[in-house]
Design a protein around this ligand. Structure first.
Ligand SMILES: Nc1ncnc2c1ncn2[C@@H]1O[C@H](COP(=O)(O)OP(=O)(O)OP(=O)(O)O)[C@@H](O)[C@H]1O
Length: 635
């Protein structure tokens, strides 16, 4: 049955394609302009499209060339493709010329789209296939929707597509993300989803900072800092050289201003105010909250193009991680082991920082410019672990992607593979993992030539693997292969100097806001079952709620902290006895004043006795320090 084209559109098509008219107002102007361009190019509007996708080898080459884009977009493609699977649509990633690198989503619609060559390896540039969301978005350099009969070629009427271009930080268009579905179905939210996903991808390009740039992370609303909606503005020698969409929008700039606009033309005061107070006034009089990432040092050349990306979307942009001297020494030791080709196993409770530790190993190690691929064995469905981890060849099993999947192990090539929650690796897959780790070679599912692997291995677990071995849930031989060196991360309640840690975290997160003594004492006295994750998120919430200049008191703490019994956390017994269990009752001698004072002394020591700096670091006033510690101590 011929598809119905809605009345106005049918009329507009006739006016344009049959009578050579200009149906202004009957189709969106973007579509009409695109039709005109296509006609000027001499594209035949009645011909059948003849799109020849490239062969598998060339597609692989293309994907390798655009590996950074592909990798940074991975999390979004996965998320959207789940969404798409249930709405009869697919998610597509192309390069800057409209070559499709990846298409995932509803299998039925993938097939249907394949019949009009909307598939990996095909080129959907406007000059090839006429008006379409991908090609037209590339031309317009902005998001475009093309529905049904708005496509130039009649064969594409079956499609309804929403596409938005992806820009790297310096303003270069690097690709397009698109959602395509049946034109007969309404895809009301597709454009919004694509825009959000693109904002996330573009944000991820800034994750590791930019070489030689001071990166300002700012927003009018402090609660949006650390999210993809924060404005990112990178300055080199006083000139704005890179920015994300939100950053440009704050000043009404377009990408053409990159490399031209000066810092002075945008901001009314020195960047040091952002450093010191977390605030900065624009020339337009707006007050922005935020912080500055120091310039990234240029990487040492390590041969080959460095890939400064990670496979994981997780990144803590509200502050760099903190490693005290004990952890720093642990990092150094683990690094030596890792660089010698042996595996590191990190153990600790949930939220204690195992992944952050592993990322830091990657950042400091000899594989820093190469990928960091994090795989959460507990989060991947058991049925997917094998194919995702080890990869597969074309058509290895029903539902496999047509072009196969290299697998996460191959994606980690040259870099670090982080297997999180390794204790949840299904027993049935453990022999295969062991074999791959021993032989450093992988044969993908469905056959194909064995591939050499080169990655450093870091695993993490919150459970006792030796116990799991005893219960037959984990293989002993695999355990020995992944635990050449073990690192234990303390739970927060066991931390040797919690006051100093909280003070240091607050100094970074609180951006100049002050914590009243009662709030500090409650934080120090709490048990923190969610460890660093819970503490960081608690401090971020307090920061978002706080007003500059007004100290945050215990009433500003999250409800669970206000309800917790005062001094719930126990100090280890002075006689060296057992540390108390989580949630244990207070013991005599746990004195909140003493805890707060300990925090002050620690900060003072860390600041070499400089009272102003220590007060700033703790988020208390200088007079509080004088009052609590007494003049003698401070002299
Ligand atoms: N060294 C650190 N400095 C500052 N913040 C940290 C540090 N380590 C962890 N965090 C905070 O805690 C959060 C959780 O850390 P991470 O994901 O590494 O924990 P995990 O032990 O791997 O947790 P899980 O076992 O649940 O996966 C981080 O996102 C970060 O906000």
């Amino acid at each position: 049955m011929a598809r119905r084209i809605d009345g106005d559109l049918a009329q507009a098509r006739r006016a344009f394609f049959e009578w050579g008219g200009a149906p202004v107002g009957q189709v969106p102007s973007t579509i009409l302009q695109s039709w005109r361009r296509c006609r000027q190019l001499g594209l035949d509007a009645v011909r059948k499209p003849s799109i020849e996708p490239v062969d598998a080898r060339r597609l692989r080459e293309m994907r390798e060339r655009h590996e950074k884009l592909w990798r940074l977009a991975r999390a979004e493609i996965e998320l959207l493709s789940h969404e798409a699977a249930s709405t009869d649509s697919i998610v597509i990633l192309t390069d800057a010329d409209g070559w499709i690198l990846d298409a995932e989503g509803n299998l039925g619609f993938l097939d249907k789209a394949g019949r009009v060559a909307l598939m990996p390896g095909a080129c959907w540039h406007e000059s090839q296939v006429g008006t379409n969301a991908i090609g037209t978005a590339i031309h317009e350099q902005q998001g475009v929707e093309v529905r049904g009969g708005e496509h130039y070629l009649p064969a594409h009427r079956i499609l309804s597509c929403s596409a938005a271009p992806v820009f790297e930080p310096y303003g270069q268009l690097v690709g397009v993300l698109d959602i395509s579905g049946e034109s007969s179905v309404s895809h009301a939210h597709a454009m919004g989803l694509v825009r959000l996903a693109v904002a996330n991808i573009e944000h991820r390009y800034f994750e590791k900072g930019l070489p030689d740039c001071e990166l300002l992370r700012v927003h009018r609303d402090p609660a949006l800092l650390g999210t993809a909606r924060e404005g990112l503005l990178a300055f080199r020698d006083g000139r704005l050289v890179a920015a994300n969409r939100s950053g440009l929008d704050l000043f009404g700039l377009d990408r053409g201003e990159l490399g031209r606009a000066s810092y002075e033309s945008l901001f009314a005061e020195s960047v040091s105010r952002l450093h010191d107070e977390g605030m900065l006034q624009t020339r337009g009089g707006d007050m922005l909250a935020g912080h500055v990432d120091a310039p990234e040092k240029p990487r040492r050349a390590r041969g080959g193009a460095p890939i400064q990306v990670t496979a994981s979307a997780r990144h803590d942009s509200a502050g760099r991680p903190i490693f005290d001297s004990r952890l720093d020494a642990e990092l150094q030791r683990a690094l030596r082991v890792l660089d010698a080709g042996m595996a590191v196993l990190v153990n600790g409770e949930t939220g204690s920082g195992k992944e952050v530790f592993a990322r830091e190993l990657h950042r400091r190690g000899s594989r820093a410019g190469k990928p960091f691929v994090a795989v959460n064995c507990a989060a991947l469905p058991e049925s997917l672990i094998e194919s995702e981890l080890f990869g597969y060849e074309d058509g290895a099993f029903t539902g496999a992607r047509k072009q196969g999947n290299p697998g996460l192990m191959r994606q980690a090539d040259g870099g670090v593979l982080f297997l999180d929650e390794i204790g949840d690796m299904p027993l049935s897959l453990q022999p295969r993992l062991l074999r791959v780790l021993q032989e450093r070679e992988l044969t993908p599912l469905g056959g194909g030539k064995p591939v050499k692997l080169d990655f450093a291995l870091v695993c993490a677990t919150h459970c006792d693997l030796e116990e799991a071995i005893g219960e037959g849930r984990f293989r002993a031989d695999l355990y020995y292969r992944i635990s050449h060196h073990g690192v234990h991360l303390d739970a927060l309640r066991e931390h040797a100097d919690l006051p100093a840690l909280i003070a240091e975290l607050w100094a970074r997160i609180g951006r100049g806001k002050t914590l009243a003594d009662d709030a500090m004492a409650r934080l120090v006295g709490y048990d923190w079952p969610g460890n660093l994750r819970q503490l960081v998120s608690c401090l971020r919430t307090m920061d978002a709620l706080g007003e500059p200049g007004v100290p945050l008191t215990e009433r500003d703490l999250p409800g669970y902290l206000q309800k917790a019994p005062r001094g719930a956390r126990l100090a280890p017994a002075a006689d060296g006895g057992d540390a108390p269990a989580p949630g244990a009752m207070p013991v005599a001698g746990t004195d909140l004043d003493a805890l707060a004072e300990a925090a002050m002394r620690a900060a003072l020591k860390a600041c070499d006795g400089n009272v102003s700096r220590a007060a700033r670091r703790l988020g208390v006033s200088r007079s509080t320090l004088y009052r609590r510690l007494g003049k003698d101590v401070l002299q």
